[in-house]
Design a protein around this ligand. Structure first.
Ligand code: XMP
Ligand code: MG
Length: 185
């Protein structure tokens, strides 16, 4: 899928494909340096982190194990409530392991804050976060994030794993939607 396939639904390309790929390589370089000689488990948070995981994992030189979690923030509306339900847990026992959580986006931070407490309670050797995107103006809880791709404005974004109503995940770039898609004008 690309911009032309979206017709009038795309408002703007916020981060082009080339910039995403360059940033992922840069993040992989830092992770390689930090985890040299260590056994690293990268944990992707479904579904949004699928693209970041796939590209990051292939850009890394350190050997990794890969696992996945699916969580859902439930509550009324589209905003994160901070009350999190685990839909799919890890297959891996992370006690004593070096864990890197890979996320598509940190918005309020409520989901990841809950997830970090949950993972830390399992006694890993270390647990850090790598997120492709972060919205600094939306943050409600401070989170210590080791690797950040891009800080972006507080707008709803789609593409590269991120969806609107399960659509647009397979765009190779990050974009914003035209207001008419939301039911605006
Ligand atoms: P929080 O607010 O808990 O965000 O940090 C949790 C999850 O909400 C989703 N999210 C978005 N999804 N475009 C999306 O497609 C966005 O702009 C956006 N902001 C938040 C995402 O799944 C994130 O992990
Ligand atoms: Mg997510």
């Amino acid at each position: 899928m690309d911009a032309a396939d979206m017709g009038q639904d795309l408002s703007s390309v916020l981060i082009p494909e080339e910039d995403l790929q360059a940033k992922i390589k840069e993040l992989a370089g830092k992770i390689d340096a930090d985890y040299a000689g260590k056994d690293l488990l990268i944990v992707g948070v479904l579904k949004g982190a699928v693209m970041v995981m796939a590209d990051l994992a292939r850009a890394l030189h350190v050997a990794v194990h890969m696992d996945w979690m699916a969580v859902s923030s439930y509550g009324a509306g589209t905003k994160s409530s901070g009350v999190v339900r685990v839909l799919k847990d890890l297959d891996t026992d992370i006690a004593g392991r070096h864990v890197l959580v890979v996320e598509d986006i940190i918005d309020s931070g409520l989901t990841l804050s809950w997830l970090m407490n949950n993972l830390k309670s399992r006694n890993p050797a270390s647990v850090e976060i790598c997120t492709l995107l972060r919205k600094p103006d939306a943050v409600k809880v401070p989170i210590d994030v080791r690797y950040v791709g891009f800080d972006i404005p507080n707008e709803f974004v789609i593409g590269f794993g991120l969806d609107y109503d399960e659509r647009y995940r397979n765009l190779p770039f990050i974009g914003t939607l035209a207001p008419h898609v939301y039911g605006g004008e």
